[in-house]
Design a protein around this ligand. Structure first.
Ligand code: G
Ligand code: G
Ligand code: MN
Ligand code: NA
Length: 253
């Protein structure tokens, strides 16, 4: 109950912020996007990790308002970078299962993005996990979003109960391979075979892959050899505070 009160207060009092983890093209380690990750600085308890409050925020439904806040914050950030004369890369915002299950979610997001100038609209993507797609309403939301040409990344791919026929029917933009698939991929043959099979599956679905949780050069090299185009992980960068993230953007030409 205390946590619920604190979460409401956190929204009112601006205790949340987003940090930005670079997504890079593996061939040149060039920045292609940022994943926005939520951070909470509690006035008494200090930094609280998302894994310690997001499940609770989902139980209580507050995640919907937090999710709206995160989307607004990402939009505001892109606008600020644009106005500072920086060349933009897309920001992907995480969406919880509960948000996606709201009948008005897709419509609200589409209206929000449609009201923006075109340069801004094209810089927002959404990340959903496989497990969010179990319900009919969620699938309907995804269809609405993809029809509105909002890029959708399938997050944590390889961990859930992949319904491949469902995934193949959605106009997804990218598959994000979960970091459990990538761990030690540079030197474990059995692991490599599994990952290779899933990469073939991604090819069959004609979906680009972002490998998550890349922590070593060996992992990055193996993935590049396999033709994986994009990656994210501590080897390239940890999630960055916004001022630091901005330093990775080039001036607009
Ligand atoms: O940020 P961290 O690296 O600790 O993320 C932990 C988990 O919290 C991840 O599964 C991530 O997807 C989730 N997460 C981070 N930010 C958000 C957010 O804004 N909304 C939702 N729903 N989940 C988030
Ligand atoms: O579930 P999602 O993919 O949104 O989770 C992102 C989470 O993964 C965040 O908590 C982020 O801080 C974390 N993360 C990002 N890169 C790495 C990495 O290279 N190694 C590990 N262990 N975690 C990572
Ligand atoms: Mn994610
Ligand atoms: Na993930």
């Amino acid at each position: 109950l205390e946590l619920e009160r604190d979460l409401r207060r956190a929204l009112q009092e601006g205790q949340f912020r987003l940090v930005y983890q670079p997504q890079v093209a593996l061939d040149k380690a060039e920045l292609i996007g940022f994943e926005a990750l939520l951070r909470w600085r509690h006035p008494e308890r200090g930094e609280i990790a998302p894994n310690d409050f997001i499940p609770f925020a989902e139980q209580t439904g507050i995640i919907c308002r937090i999710g709206e806040w995160a989307l607004d914050c990402a939009i505001w950030q892109i606008k600020a970078w644009h106005e500072a004369g920086l060349a933009l890369v897309p920001i992907s915002v995480n969406v919880s299962a509960l948000q996606l299950a709201q009948p008005l979610f897709a419509q609200t997001v589409i209206a929000r993005l449609d009201a923006l100038p075109a340069y801004l609209r094209s810089q927002i993507a959404l990340e959903l996990t496989e497990s969010t797609l179990m319900h009919e309403q969620a699938l309907d939301s995804v269809h609405q979003l993809t029809e509105a040409e909002i890029p959708i990344f399938m997050d944590d791919f390889g961990t859930g109960y992949s319904n491949l026929s469902t995934i193949s029917q959605l106009a997804l933009s990218k598959l994000k391979f979960d970091r459990s698939l990538i761990k030690n991929i540079g030197n474990d043959a059995a692991h490599q075979r599994v990952c290779r099979a899933l990469l073939d599956l991604a090819d069959a679905l004609a979906l680009d892959v972002i490998a998550e949780g890349v922590e070593t050069q060996e992992e990055a090299q193996w993935l590049a050899q396999q033709g994986v185009l994009y990656a994210q992980g501590y080897w390239f960068s940890r999630p960055l505070e916004s001022q630091i993230a901005a330093q990775h953007l080039k001036p607009k030409t």
